[in-house]
Design a protein around this ligand. Structure first.
Ligand SMILES: [Zn+2]
Length: 95
């Protein structure tokens, strides 16, 4: 896999949804735990992901991590330590 290189985080303002908010809620978003009562709903996060490459990549990583964990454990109850280890490895590869 070739490193695409870092691009600007694109935080020059003007977005209706903060990158930090999106990343913060990524887990809940993927788990479909966000309710319409939340201040940031699924639609806004999805829209942000559509136009924000850094956050989209963050989402992709989380999806990959989940897939790897699921395969490794063949259950939904993967230990947190395994999850953190995989996430750390991916983060190291990316940086
Ligand atoms: Zn973003």
């Amino acid at each position: 896999m070739s490193a695409p290189g870092r691009d600007a985080a694109g935080r020059s303002g003007g977005r209706e949804t903060d990158c930090e908010d999106v990343v913060d809620r990524l887990y809940a978003f993927l788990d479909h735990e966000l309710s319409t009562a939340d201040d940031i709903d699924v639609g806004r996060i999805q829209r942000h992901l559509d136009e924000c490459a850094p956050c989209l990549r963050e989402r992709d990583v989380e999806v990959v991590v989940r897939e790897v964990v699921r395969r490794a454990c063949a259950s939904d109850s993967a230990p947190d330590t395994l999850r953190v280890r995989i996430l750390t490895q991916i983060t190291q590869v990316r940086s």
